[in-house]
Design a protein around this ligand. Structure first.
Ligand code: LLP
Length: 412
């Protein structure tokens, strides 16, 4: 949905340079059509009953959550704030699952009061907390244990979660006993099983392996009288950031493998995709402020920084970058950096790009997931605006922050 026509970048039917001119930079630009088509590709890959609970940590703009809610999606949330946003965006509470390593009592209460589908519990302490809060509210809490299947997802260590050494979930070998314990708790309704082994998986075989391990655990527990109504297989399906080196995972194969692993179980599947739905549906537009050369190295200094898009700095992640207007100035090799006072403030290093004159814009691609949601006000920089494109129209779905926003709630 982002393509060059007559040498200029378009988002669906809109010339991206017009958005930059009108709304200013930096600005995130999203394509609604991309979101819809990714959702439909994912959805139609499954043939058995399922719910797609969009992991809103990937992109929690109200309008974006709203696009998926309209398509029938639920939400995977990890905090009280995300539950608040999901409800505001119109997500059906019965399709909301609550993930996260440690939920506070007030968060558990908020989830129970809103009657969400289930809470994914990650430890014995947390199970006791959910039971205690549910008892106080005179409710029975639907839960799944997040089981850590100890399967290597073969992705970046910071976004691997399914190994024994990670802090996530209940260790596979302990899950059996904890389920038996959960069954005896008065205010707990053992509703499902959940696992999530990592993010940006280009090969989904580890999810298949984990599914088989989980199915085996379920069989043993069913022999003990446990009844499961859902299996939540988490998210993690990757996207292509670099066309030269990466290949998109086959979602049909992914769905087939999961369905095969849970064949014969009378359960509903829950899926928690984040990045797959939104990653390539967003770009970050930034204006070149200066060119600079220090001895051997050249820098293209742009008006977005690591506070606006953290992924390159934090994970050394690759994002394709290109000028909004194809130029005939020739290719330069440079570091593309922001104005922030950190050496780690870069979007790309030793990158070959068609030179862009000062004052013109670049697009950082694949920025729809974990872009704005990881943005901060570091260096007292107002966070960028967000724009949603729909056909040949666009609208601001989050205003650029103002200077006044930087002191909101502060006292001298
Ligand atoms: N479910 C759970 C329990 C998760 O922890 C995550 C992501 C997801 C679903 C969604 O995963 P996805 O489908 O988006 O891969 N900030 C990092 C990614 C962190 C992912 C954290 N958990 C990045 O920018 O790459």
């Amino acid at each position: 949905m982002f393509e060059y026509r007559n040498g200029e970048l378009y988002a669906e039917g809109v010339r991206v340079a017009d958005i930059a001119e009108d709304v200013g930079t930096p600005v995130y630009v999203y394509s609604k059509a991309h979101f819809e088509s990714q959702f439909s590709r994912f959805d139609s890959a499954f043939s058995r009953e399922h719910v797609i609970s969009f992991a809103i940590k990937a992109n929690s703009n109200l309008a974006v959550i709203g696009v998926f809610a309209k398509l029938g999606a639920g939400a995977d949330i990890v905090s009280r704030g995300e539950l608040f946003k999901a409800l505001k965006a119109g997500v059906d509470p019965s399709k909301i699952v609550f993930s996260g390593v440690a939920k506070r009592d007030d968060e558990i209460e908020y989830a129970l009061v809103n009657d969400i589908m289930m809470i994914n519990v990650e430890s014995e302490d947390e199970l006791n907390a959910v039971d205690r809060v549910a008892k106080r509210l005179n409710k029975k809490a639907r839960i799944a244990l997040r089981v850590n299947p100890d399967v290597d997802p073969k992705t970046h260590p910071y976004i691997s979660t399914g190994l024994k050494k990670n802090k996530f979930g209940v260790p596979y070998d302990e899950a059996y006993d904890l389920y038996l314990k959960a069954k005896e708790l008065k205010n707990i309704d053992v509703y499902g099983v959940q696992f999530h082994i990592g993010s940006q998986l280009l090969d989904t075989t580890p999810i298949y392996d984990a599914s088989k391990r989980i199915a085996d655990l379920m069989r043993r527990l069913m022999d003990k009288g446990l009844e499961f109504r859902v299996v939540d297989v988490g998210g993690g399906v990757g996207i292509v950031y670099d066309e030269k080196t990466e290949k998109e995972p086959d979602v049909n194969l992914y769905a087939k493998q999961i369905e095969e692993a849970f064949e014969g179980f009378d359960i509903k599947l829950v899926l928690e995709p984040g990045r797959f739905l939104v990653g390539n549906g967003g770009i970050l537009i930034s204006r070149v402020i200066y060119h600079k050369t220090n001895g051997q190295k050249s820098f293209l200094i742009v008006d977005a920084g690591m506070n606006d898009l953290l992924r390159p700095s934090l994970y050394n992640a690759y994002h394709k970058i290109a000028p909004l207007k194809e130029s005939s100035l020739g290719v330069i090799k440079c570091d593309i950096v922001g104005p922030i006072c950190e050496t780690g403030d870069f979007f790309a290093r030793d990158y070959q790009i068609d030179d862009v004159p000062n004052g013109e814009c670049i697009a950082v691609f694949s920025a729809g997931a974990y872009g704005f949601t990881m943005a901060s006000n570091y260096n007292s920089r107002p966070r960028p605006a967000e724009v949603l494109v729909e056909g040949d129209r666009y609208r601001i779905v989050r205003e650029r922050e103002m200077l006044e926003d930087l002191i909101k709630g502060e006292y001298l």
